[in-house]
Design a binder for this molecule. Structure first.
Ligand code: DGL
Length: 266
């Protein structure tokens, strides 16, 4: 079991921020990443559609013999996690719980803002996870759908990104939150502009490191942690793998191996 890979998926490129953290924390593990480029964005789709895509990807990863599936997408974690856990034979971890845990640990004034896709905001998954840990916390949510294409196009440094961030972040600033969850795996790619607009004294939280730690603890607990050799990464995309590879290399600022095309059996 130890030698089996970990499967990771997202609607597109955003989950690469999670893949990066997993590689740092678990350098000996083989990782299989699936970017659902044929169906991105998930954020504006229905729960039924997101669940259908997530299940198809998870079945594919499971068929590759993974020992753990990491849902590196907040929208899919918020909407499809219970169904994934019900239908998969391997364990499935999402990004909502680690993000909520980190935010609760970091806030000083008990006010937490959540930035996410429309689907993540609608699901109320973050407020539920936060209030379970800290019943007195005050949570505001803001959907930021335009952040996904900005991140995918690497437009974080353009004036348009700052204008859009100013608009989206107004209610967050008004709320007095001292901690802001980047509740979409694409958003860490826009961290500099979000942090500039929010100003000093605000902690930005993303789930990547907390999730990687949780994955390590989980695998160690079940004696499935690979502790030797250099882990390999295999990448799949459901559409236009060449474009995915080009954008992913730009985002990660590193050369990646081949990206294979895998159409989903929906
Ligand atoms: N990166 C995904 C998330 O974390 C969703 C982006 C999208 O497909 O809308 O929610």
């Amino acid at each position: 079991m130890k030698k089996q890979p970990i499967g990771v998926f997202d609607s597109g490129l955003g989950g690469l921020t999670i893949l990066k953290a997993l590689r740092r924390k678990l350098p000996h593990e083989d990782l299989i990443y699936f970017g659902d480029t044929a169906n991105v964005p998930y954020g504006s789709k229905s729960k039924a559609a997101v669940t259908k895509f997530s299940l198809a990807i998870a079945r594919f990863l499971q068929a590759q013999g993974v020992k753990l599936i990491v849902v590196a997408c907040n929208t899919a974690s918020a909407q499809a996690l219970p169904e994934l856990r019900r239908q998969m034979a391997v364990p499935v971890m999402g990004v909502i719980e680690p993000g909520a845990q980190k935010a609760v640990a970091s806030t000083q004034n008990g006010r937490i803002a959540v930035l996410g896709t429309e689907g993540t905001v609608r699901s109320q998954a973050y407020p539920k996870a936060i209030l379970k840990r800290s019943p007195k916390a005050r949570v505001v949510q803001q959907a930021c759908p335009l952040f996904v294409p900005l991140a995918e196009e690497s437009w974080g440094k353009k004036p348009a990104a700052e204008l859009i961030a100013r608009e989206y972040l107004k209610p967050v600033q008004k709320s007095g939150a001292d901690t802001v969850i980047l509740g979409c795996t694409h958003y860490p790619l826009l961290k500099p502009v979000i942090s500039r607009v929010l100003g000093k004294g605000i902690t930005l939280v993303d789930s990547a490191d907390t999730l990687a730690e949780a994955a390590q603890t989980f695998l160690a607990q079940y004696h499935q942690l690979e502790t030797s050799g250099k882990g390999r990464v295999q990448l799949y995309a459901s559409d236009d793998p060449a474009r995915f590879k080009h954008l992913a290399e730009k985002l990660l600022t590193e050369k990646l191996g081949a990206v294979r095309l895998k159409k989903l059996d929906l």
